[in-house]
Write a protein that binds this ligand. Structure first.
Ligand SMILES: Cc1ncc(C[n+]2csc(CCOP(=O)(O)OP(=O)(O)O)c2C)c(N)n1
Ligand SMILES: [Mg+2]
Length: 446
């Protein structure tokens, strides 16, 4: 663990306050947005990114990078500030690296304006480094479960002896609203069942939502619920305690059986003299006077706007930047050797990343007419046909005879691929038993 010196504490504090003040200034400039949670969660996101995340700002599409999902999408300026300060580079829709910043300071200054890379909520493929679009509460948490399953699937499908290509972790940060939504509970249950130990959720337990105190509508014991789901639950009593936060992330990294929930007690609008701990810090600008007073509390020049003090960019580059580059470069070298030994798998991986289908993927899919006999015929599709070797992204489908451009789902088709792999994630789980009662051949209906 790095030795904590006065100088390192100072620069860490400076970086955290830079995130906070950028978020406050962006929301104020737009006269709209959510400053309170970025201010409170800045030390949490900073500790995670700076000390743990394996993410190369120069190559935000490197396949084995750790994923960070901001499920509390309303706190988007937290993520935009991080992307800016870490110097994340832009990637175009063709997945080519452009070398330009993903979030220039100008775009942060035009938060919530037309064409800015900083729209109200994070948008996937609009701003490089955003791993998934978020905003509807709970959905980022749920999506992160899919990502963690995908990571396990990729490891099982692509890893070979001597080639651990995939071992990435998925982090998601959400608040009370994300926890209230049913979708996150359902996804958390599945994550516990599948023992997704590569998944870490951070719960911003600030007791405030849009209308006021959570006591109005939310009094369940979240920790106990997650223990019931089979999660590893840990708690950090103060969002500003970066050492405890780092310890919680270490505990996550050491866990190999369960997903981890880190419950972080925080104060929304931290440091704002009149708005901290109130719903007034949730979804409206702090106001010029409150901003000045807050900056004074941070020891910040109160008139300065969008200030990035000397040393901040460099510190991010030395932390997340250097670690990300090292791990990414090592991975690329490994992948080059893998490509020489397993060219077909390497090709599949690159195609998947570019969303390309394999050559001739539609060469022998059946074509049906709409008459009754043919509809019955669909049901009689022989299993042999559906079980032929398929690339992982292939799904049994048929073409509509009248409109060959249109594909029809084959209602009675069975997806025979990948399901056993999914169940292998949890080795002691009883796989679903198929129609024939043979547990070695679980299947799902398409
Ligand atoms: C499904 C859904 N319902 C409602 C909203 C509107 N909304 C945005 S933020 C918010 C309150 C969220 O509270 P919390 O997660 O505690 O965030 P905090 O106030 O702590 O930042 C609501 C209701 C939404 N984005 N998604
Ligand atoms: Mg809250």
């Amino acid at each position: 663990m790095a030795v904590v010196t006065e100088r390192s504490v100072e620069i860490d504090e400076l970086c955290v306050n830079t995130i906070r003040t950028l978020a406050m200034d962006a929301v104020q400039m737009a006269n709209s947005g959510h400053p309170g949670t970025p201010m409170a969660m800045a030390p949490v996101a900073y500790t995670l990114w700076q000390q743990f995340l394996r993410f190369d700002p120069d190559d935000p599409i490197w396949p084995n990078r750790d994923r960070f999902v901001l499920s509390a999408g309303h706190a988007s300026t937290l993520l935009y500030s991080l992307l800016h300060l870490a110097g994340v580079k832009a990637v175009n829709p063709e997945y080519e690296r452009l070398g330009e910043p993903s979030v220039p300071l100008d775009d942060l200054q035009r938060f919530r304006q037309l064409d800015s890379r900083c729209p109200g909520h994070p948008e996937y493929r609009w701003t490089s480094g955003i791993e998934t679009t978020t905003g509807p509460l709970g959905n980022g948490f749920a999506t992160s479960v899919g990502m963690a399953i995908a990571a396990n699937w990729q490891a099982q499908y692509f890893n070979r002896d001597g080639f651990d290509l995939f071992d990435y972790d998925v982090y998601a940060l959400g608040g009370d609203g994300c926890m209230m939504e049913g979708i996150s509970g359902e996804a958390a249950s599945l994550a516990g069942h599948l023992k997704l130990s590569n998944l870490c959720w951070i719960y911003d337990n600030n007791h405030i939502t849009i209308e006021g105190n959570t006591a109005l509508a939310f009094s369940e014991d979240v920790a106990t619920r997650f223990i019931g789901y089979g999660w590893n639950v840990t708690r950090v009593g103060d969002a500003n305690d970066r050492e405890r936060l780092a310890h919680a992330f270490e505990v996550f990294k050491q866990e190999s059986e369960r997903p981890t929930l880190v419950i972080v007690d925080s104060h929304i609008g931290w440091g704002a003299p009149h708005k901290q701990d109130t719903s007034g810090a949730h979804g409206e600008p702090l106001g010029e006077d409150e901003i000045k007073a807050t900056k004074r509390n941070y020891g910040w020049p109160e008139e300065a706007k969008f200030l990035v003090p000397d040393g901040v960019y460099e510190h991010f580059a030395d932390g997340v930047g250097a670690r990300g580059k090292e791990t990414r470069d090592a991975w690329i070298k490994r992948f080059d050797r893998y490509r020489a030994e397993h060219p077909e798998l390497a090709d599949q991986l690159l195609r998947m990343q570019r969303r390309e289908l394999p050559e001739g993927w539609d060469a022998d899919i059946p074509i049906f007419n709409e008459d009754a006999a043919d509809v019955r015929g669909r049901r009689r599709l022989r299993r042999r046909e559906l079980r032929r070797p398929q690339p992982p992204f292939r799904h049994p489908r048929a073409l509509d005879a009248r409109d060959p451009e249109r594909s029809l789902a084959v209602e009675a088709a069975l997806v025979w691929v990948a399901v056993p792999d999914l169940f292998r994630l949890r080795t002691d789980a009883d796989p679903a038993v198929g129609d024939h009662g043979d547990p070695r051949h679980p299947h799902l209906h398409a």
